[in-house]
Each structure stands twice: as C-alpha cells, then as structure tokens.
Design a protein around this ligand. Structure first.
Ligand code: ADP
Ligand code: MG
Length: 701
C-alpha cells in the first residue's frame, strides 16, 4: 500500500495549486507525485565553480559569476523594451539583459549587493552579455548550497512565464521527498541488485534530482537507465517467446567438414575476438530449434562478410541452401567473386542472380536451385521474387540493412514452410535499425573491433580555394602507386543536374590528369551493367588510377589499394553516407585519406556533419551525431507508440547498458518464464503495472 503516496495527484502537492497543476498536466504530462519524480533534470550545474568576468571566452557556454549590479537602466533605442543591468566583479563587467518580467525584476534586484549569476554568455556588440540569468543573493546562495550539482529541468517559455521554473521544480521535488517516508518499492531482484551493486530505488531517485556527488549521480543514472531498458526488454523477451513457439526454426545440429575444412585450411587471417563471438552467437541460434532473426552491426570494414560465409558453411554442412542478398549489383558481384574465390577448394556451387542475369542463365539457375544443387546463391533483390524457388533454403543473409525493408524480409520467410534463419548485416546503426533493436524483433550482435593493422582514415575538409593543392596531393599519392576515388552526389530529385555535375567533374579531372599519364574510370547508375563491371574491373586490376563515380560505390566495395576518397559537394551528403563512402578506403596497409570538398559557405548542420567526420572514425559516434541532428522526431513511426520515448536512457549512448538489460531479461525468463518465483515478485509487480493493458501480458499470466 505504500505506493499510494507516490500515486497522489499532483494537485495535492504543496506549492502546486490549481493553475500550475493544470499546466503540469497539460504541458508535461505530470499527473502524480511519481510522474514528477520521473521528470528528470536534463543537466546539472557544478555549483562549486565560479568564473571571473575577465576570463570569459566561449560564447554559448554556461557560467556562474559572483559580483554586484552597479547599474540598472531601460534601453530606449529599440522597439523591444529591455532592462539592462551592469554586473561587475573585481576584474571586469558584463551586461545583463531582460526582456520579460521587467517590472518585477527591477523591483527585486538590489544594487551593490553580492549576487550569484548563472546563465549562458553571448557576444553582442563585441561585449559579453547574459540574457535572463538565474540570479540569487550570495548570502542566500551559500545558505542553500547543499549540493555540489544543481539540477536543471527543461522548461518551456509558457511554463516559465507562469512561474514554473527550475527553482520551483527543485522545491516541488523536494516536497515530494520530504513526506515520502519510505514509499519507494524496489523493482528488481536481488540477483540483479548485487550483480551491478545498484543503489536503492530511493537513493537513485533522490540523487538524480539532488546529486550528492558525481559518483552518486552516475550510479543513479545507471540504475534508472538499466531499469528503463530492462522492463522494455522483458516485454520483448515475452513477445519473442510467443513468436518462437509459433516459428520453429531449422536445427543445424552439426558443424561439419565444409566449415571445419575452411576454418582450418583456407581462412587467410585469424578472426578477431569480436568476429569469433558473433560466430558463436549465430551457432547457438542455429541449434536452438527456433528461427534466428539476428542483426549484425559492425562498422565499415569490420569484417562482416567472413562471418556471413562461415554461417553459410554451417548451414551447408547441415544440407541446407543459403543466400546472400546485397543492395546493389556491384556489391553482389563483389561478394560473388570474393566468396567463390575463398571457397574454391571446397567444391561448392556458388552462383549469382541479379537483374542482368540473362534469360538462358536464369532458366538453368532456377532449375538447379529447385533441385538443391546450388549451395550459395548471391544476388540482389531479384532473389526475393516469387519465382525464385529453393529446394531447402536454410539461411538468408541480407547485407546492408538500410536498403532492405521489413516487408521484404518477411517475404523471405515465406520461401519455405519453415522460415529460414535470417541474418541482417549493417554498417551503420541508423535509426531504423535502432528502432528495430528497441522493438526487439531482432537479436543483436555487434562487431566492435576492427581487424588488426587498420589505420584511421585521415579526414580533412577543403574548399575550392584549395583545389590545386588537393590535385597536387592526389598526384603524389598516385606516384606512390595508390588509387583514388572521386565521388559526386546523386540525389533523386535533381538527377539531371547531378549527372551534369558528374560529367563536368569528370572533364575537369581529365584535364588535370591528362591521358598520357593517368587512366580514369567512370561509374554511374545510367551505365549498362557490363560497362559498370568493366570499369570496376579496370580499377580493381590497377589499370586505372582514378575512379570518378556517383554513390553507386557507397556500399561494401573493397579495393584495398585505393587509399584516397575525395567527396565532392560533401555538404550535400548525409552523415551515414559520408561514413560509408569513407569506409571504402583505409582497407589496405597504407595511410589513407578522405578529402571532403565543399563550397565556402555552409549551413550549421552541414558544418557539424563535416566537422564530425574530421574528428572521428567511429561509426557509432557518427550515428549518434546523425540522430541528434535529425532529431528524435525522425525515428519512424515509433513516436506514436511511445516506445522510444525513453526518459533517461539513450539507445545509442547507452547501448552497453541496453545489452546488459537484454541479456538479464532473457536469462530471467529462461529461469522463471511466468515470473512466479518469490525472488522475482517485485519484478512481476512492476512489470504488470507497466503493462496493465498489454495483450502479451494477459497471454503470459
Ligand atoms: P564489412 O564489415 O565492411 O563488410 P568486409 O567483410 O568487407 O567488411 O571486410 C573488410 C576487409 O577486411 C576484407 O578485405 C576482409 O578480407 C578483411 N578482414 C576481415 N576480417 C579480418 C580479420 N579478422 N583479419 C584481417 N582482415 C580481415
Ligand atoms: Mg560489407
């Protein structure tokens, strides 16, 4: 019954009152004390740090200053009424500006008394200023300085105009705690609490609002993020349990001679530990009697292809057929060549099917496929068409997920009575993928390690001003025997223009790199397939030094000797696309470079994208920036469901916690599928509270 206190309607809280109660409900969805406690601060101020006015430098950063107001005046030279204060400490002065509530502020500010100011500094007319800072008399500030870290809550204009500001939030939250006397239920079990040495629920909530130290803040954050993930993951585990009962999968019970022979005698390198782990996870799925639906995330160049091949070999060892589906013809061909090459010694029938496979070849191929004579069929989307019939498809691998929709995936399921195991591979944890991982309809594996010896691709930003230097650099690299990609954007809506850009670019490169000394390949979507592969082959065989192309080479192309990637009009590319393109270089042992060309003037977002590329090579970090730029609103269709509206956890930044929670949830249900054990009582209670209306829960209980 002790939960009752926290379920008290917010109207009853001291300091709220009917007007504020309405606002809290309508604007922030805060209906109860509990809702208020789960309205977390979005950042904290370190109250132990003070700045000197003379040392201010960064605009846009938050500062805390001790000083006095020496003057207050109304500005008369503008249409907007303003109140301007001069605030000075021992070494300097700064302007403080108010636009709203001027009357009240003028009355309350006392001149020549010590204040603490907190706010964001701006540079205006070459002078630093602060607009609408938090102000507090120093005397009061010292009295109330109980915590080193002061919570800051996000508030809207309309709320702060009605007095719902940081200070009020702090008071309200404090009021809830004051009378709470032990109303906080634990909601995890002993096992989990001990495993992570979690602080109690009460301490976590208290310290998320009023952190006694940085350490306690981190501990609170961990606990609350973990909980948030855990209960969602629990939901997915239940869902999967039901799914798995429905979708039985093939049991690949043995690892046989194809796998072993290849692994022991034909593998050209040692697998990284991350690759080994993933192969282990896949083997476990294969022998679980349930259909595998696994997502393999690994940065560009992390070596996903070999994992795919090894998985195929296990399926083949168990007398099943396999298929690998790539998003483009070029990539399909590349997989085809490299895989048939790798398994040459194994006497497997590896074949390719794409849009340009001739009718005659097709008839023959379909026949062999139906009779189970083909072991690995590599190709494009052409493979998922209904007329492509396997004898017994055991494993389907989809490379580069973001070009492949959920609908297409489910079409694959229908190729057999028993659906094949499915492995989806992606190089960029883009929102779509993330959403799915949060929906839990796929299990996730991550290769978080690059093969040894990989070098960071040095990335620079250049503009037309630097073009001559860039050309000179390219010539030097070619002299060293390297090859170069020059990529132009090709965007659906402006195809014609882009095509012209590409051709103009090609011509200017031909002029700069004359035929007597340089050979240039060109590749774009309008070319015939034969011509494309002809050009690709010339480049691969080092007959040409420069490959001018559109983004057709974006995904998966692997030419280790190419060490420079020049991206023209890079401001027009999205982050994940830039990262993919850059991933085409840095594959050999040589130093590699990515040169991002752009025009001089850039939008803020474009600048951030380019800047991000120059400071990091980490695909996961890049995805995070990408998501921040695009905003959570762009996470397809999940908004309404509320599933991605995490209060504190962040599916990208906190992916490690997500994985822990996921594993724990799985293990929990393995041992106690109905949550009936006494030790899991609290989990059961919390879960049923959170999922009162879910059909799944009814199904389980
Ligand atoms: P991606 O994950 O982007 O698909 P690939 O599978 O194309 O990456 O691998 C990139 C390159 O790294 C290939 O040339 C591949 O042969 C090589 N590679 C993969 N795994 C390893 C490893 N463990 N050690 C060394 N090289 C590897
Ligand atoms: Mg790949």
């Amino acid at each position: 019954m002790k939960e009752n206190y926290l379920n008290t309607p917010i109207d009853y809280l001291k300091g709220v009152g009917p007007n504020r109660a309405d606002l809290l409900k309508s604007e922030l969805k805060i209906f109860t004390y509990n809702d208020l406690l789960y309205f977390f601060p979005f950042r904290y101020i370190d109250k132990t740090k003070y700045h000197n006015i003379s040392e201010l430098e960064d605009t846009n950063s938050y500062v805390q200053i001790i000083g006095k107001f020496t003057n207050l005046r109304h500005s008369d030279n503008s249409k907007v009424k303003r109140l301007i204060g001069v605030f000075s400490d021992e070494n300097g002065e700064i302007e403080v500006v108010w636009f709203r509530g001027i009357k009240w502020i003028e009355k309350s500010i006392k001149l020549n008394q010590k204040y603490v100011l907190y706010g964001k500094i701006n540079l205006f007319n070459k002078k630093f200023s602060i607009v609408h800072p938090d102000t507090e008399l120093l005397e009061k500030h010292t009295q109330t300085l109980k915590n080193a870290l002061l919570p800051i809550y996000s508030s809207s204009e309309s709320l702060s105009a009605r007095g719902i500001n940081n200070k009020l939030f702090r008071d309200l939250v404090l009021n809830v705690f004051k009378n709470s006397n032990n109303s906080f239920n634990e909601n995890l079990n002993r096992n989990i609490n001990e495993k992570y040495k979690l602080i109690s629920k009460y301490e976590a909530l208290l310290n998320i609002h009023f952190p006694k130290s940085q350490l306690l803040l981190s501990k609170s954050q961990f606990r609350l993020k973990y909980e948030e993930f855990f209960f969602i993951q629990l939901q997915f585990v239940f869902k999967n349990l039901i799914n798995k009962n429905k979708f039985k999968g093939f049991n690949f019970s043995k690892v046989g001679s194809f796998f072993n022979d290849f692994y022991n005698n034909h593998l050209e390198f040692n697998l990284t530990n991350a690759q080994k782990n993933v192969v282990r996870e896949i083997r476990k799925d294969f022998s679980s009697n349930a259909q595998m639906n696994r997502l393999l995330q690994g940065d560009v160049g992390s070596g996903k292809t070999i994992v795919a091949l090894l998985s195929c070999l296990i399926a083949i060892d168990n007398n099943y057929q396999t298929t690998i589906i790539a998003p483009t013809e070029i990539l399909a061909q590349q997989h085809y060549y490299s895989i048939s090459n790798s398994v040459q010694a194994l006497e497997l029938n590896v074949r390719i099917l794409t849009g340009s496979t001739s009718k005659k070849e097709r008839i023959e191929l379909f026949d062999e496929l139906k009779n189970g004579l083909i072991d690995i069929l590599i190709g494009t989307h052409a493979i998922i068409e209904d007329k492509v019939i396997f004898k017994n498809l055991g494993l389907a691998i989809i490379d580069e997920q973001h070009r492949f929709g959920v609908a297409q995936r489910s079409k694959l399921w229908k190729k057999n009575c028993t659906p094949p195991h499915i492995l989806v591979m992606t190089a960029t944890p883009i929102p779509r993928t993330l959403a799915m991982s949060v929906y839990g309809d796929l299990d996730i594996s991550i290769i978080d390690e690059l093969p040894p010896g990989r070098k960071v691709v040095k990335t620079v930003h250049r503009t037309d001003k630097n073009r001559l230097q860039v050309f000179k650099f390219l010539k030097d690299e070619i002299k060293k025997g390297r090859q170069i990609y020059v990529v132009y954007p090709l965007i659906e809506e402006s195809k014609k223009m882009d095509y012209k850009d590409l051709m103009d670019g090609y011509e200017s490169i031909e002029r700069e790199f004359p035929k007597e000394h340089y050979q240039i390949s060109i590749l774009h979507g309008r070319m015939k397939t034969e011509d494309k592969s002809y050009e690709m082959d010339r480049f691969k065989n080092k007959e040409t030094q420069i490959m001018v192309s559109t983004t057709v080479i974006e995904v998966g192309v692997n030419i280790p000797n190419a060490s420079v990637m020049v991206i023209e009009s890079s401001e027009r590319f999205g982050l994940s696309q830039l990262h993919q393109l850059r991933g085409r270089v840095g594959r050999g042992s040589e130093d590699s470079y990515c040169i991002l060309m752009s025009k001089e003037k850039l939008s803020n977002d474009a600048r951030t994208r380019i800047k991000t590329m120059t400071v990091t090579n980490d695909g996961f970090k890049i995805a995070e920036v990408d998501m921040n730029l695009r905003g959570p609103g762009n996470i397809l269709g999940t908004q309404q469901s509320g599933l991605l509206n995490f209060k504190i956890a962040d599916i990208i930044r906190d992916k490690d916690i997500l994985n822990l929670a996921r594993e724990d949830a799985k293990k929990l249900i393995e041992n106690d599928s109905q949550l009936k054990h006494a030790e899991n009582k609290e989990i059961r209670e919390e879960y049923s509270k959170l999922n009162k209306n879910s059909i799944l829960w009814k199904h389980i209980s």
